[in-house]
Every structure is written in structure tokens, then in C-alpha cells.
Design a protein around this ligand. Structure first.
Ligand code: NI
Length: 171
């Protein structure tokens, strides 16, 4: 089922999400299936559970945006264990539609996480995947890409969003 993606301004997007403690459940499977469906419907590269209103440490990532089944990654309770290098590139977020800004991230990131059955996995990504790992793990800590911008740029975006909220174009 495609769920509604919450937009910037919803408190859950800026809260630290809760760890997942139960694995291999029908509920978790359904939730992950919904996250894939929602992410692909929105043509995103990643989606974190808080974006559909659930304060849980679950993210899905597919840098091929549905082109390559082998690129699908589910990370639960993820932690960055290693990062190196720097890359700067345009970044956006399904919860902040219409805004894209350059963000500097690590160029290589290793993540330790659990999969849907609770097994520990370790994954390393470069370039876009490294960026997606950092962006999606940020979501689980209540951090949005605009938090990485200068205060000036962030305020400009916030002000534009406030206008959209007033006219009902941000729901
Ligand atoms: Ni995002």
C-alpha cells in the first residue's frame, strides 16, 4: 500500500526514531513492502520510516530506482561504522519536495545494520549509495538535509515552505 509521505513541518521527521526490537513478523514485512511501494511511487532513491509517520529505525534504499532488483537495500537499526572522503552534490528529499541544494557527504560509507529477519549485515557504498546511507540514517536521527546547509540557505527554504503552508500547497 502506498502511504502518505509526510512533509517538513511534521514533528516526527525531526525526532530520533525508536530501535526495532521484533523481527521476522508479518507487521515488519508489510511495513517494508509499503515503504518500497511508497518510495517507488514517489520515484525516490530512499525512504525512512519516519517519513510515513512511523518513528522506527528502518530505511529502504535503491540507487537504481527500481531498475535493478539487486540494488534493493533494507537497513534496520543502522549505524555508520566507517566513512572516508568527501563528495559534494545536489541533494533532495521526498519530505522537502521542490528543493535541491548541494550537500557535502562522505564519499565512502560502511553501515552495520540488521535485516528484516534480525541478522546483522554490513554494507559499504560509494558515491550515490554513500550519500543515500548518510541521508537515510540522518532521517532516523531526526536530521534533514537542510540541517547540513548554511543557516542563511536553510532560512530561505524555511520561509518559502511557510508561504506554501499558508496557501495550502504543502500538505
Ligand atoms: Ni529524505
Amino acid at each position: 500500500m502506498v502511504r502518505k509521505i509526510l512533509k517538513y513541518g511534521e514533528p516526527v521527521l525531526e525526532q530520533k526514531a525508536e530501535p526495532v526490537t521484533e523481527f521476522d513478523t508479518a507487521e515488519l514485512k508489510d511495513l517494508i513492502a509499503d515503504m518500497w511501494e511508497t518510495m517507488y511511487a514517489a520515484k525516490g532513491v530512499g525512504l525512512a520510516a519516519p517519513q510515513i509517520g512511523l518513528s522506527k529505525r528502518i530505511s529502504v534504499i535503491d540507487v537504481s530506482v527500481g531498475e535493478d532488483e539487486s540494488k534493493k537495500i533494507v537497513i534496520i537499526n543502522p549505524e555508520v561504522t566507517f566513512k572516508e572522503g568527501k563528495q559534494t552534490g545536489e541533494e533532495g528529499c521526498l519530505s522537502i519536495p521542490g528543493f535541491r541544494e548541494p550537500v557535502t557527504r562522505a564519499s565512502k560509507v560502511t553501515v552495520k545494520a540488521q535485516d528484516a529477519s534480525g541478522s546483522t549485515i554490513e554494507l559499504t557504498g560509494d558515491d550515490l549509495l554513500a550519500r543515500a546511507f548518510e541521508h537515510e540514517i540522518d532521517h532516523l536521527n531526526g536530521i534533514l538535509f537542510i540541517n547540513h546547509l548554511s543557516a542563511l540557505k536553510r532560512d530561505i527554504i524555511r520561509r518559502k515552505i511557510k508561504k506554501l503552508q499558508k496557501t495550502g500547497e504543502w500538505e
